[in-house]
Design a protein. Structure first.
Length: 86
């Protein structure tokens, strides 16, 4: 499965609103997507609660893995974006 490392862009990190947006996009993909801190255990990116347990703040590097490149690119783009600025 393809993976990439992304820097968290949201000003509040991967907390309630950003985590929900990312989880919804991952769930819509209909395939396995994980996210985790570099060197840490990945969690299911389709669960906002699991994403929030990472405690990833703005500037934290996370590793995203997905079954296909399009899904990976979509989730990586969301993680890199400041989702609280919308």
């Amino acid at each position: 499965m393809p993976s990439t490392t992304v820097t968290v862009g949201s000003a509040v990190g991967l907390h309630a609103r950003p985590a929900t947006i990312i989880a919804e996009a991952a769930a819509e993909a209909g395939s396995e997507v994980t996210i985790g801190l570099e060197g840490g255990d990945p969690v299911d990116a389709g669960s906002a609660l699991m994403i929030m347990t990472l405690g990833a703040e703005k500037g934290t590097k996370v590793v995203i893995t997905a079954e296909d490149q399009n899904t990976l690119d979509k989730i990586a783009g969301l993680v890199a974006k400041d989702l609280d600025a919308d």
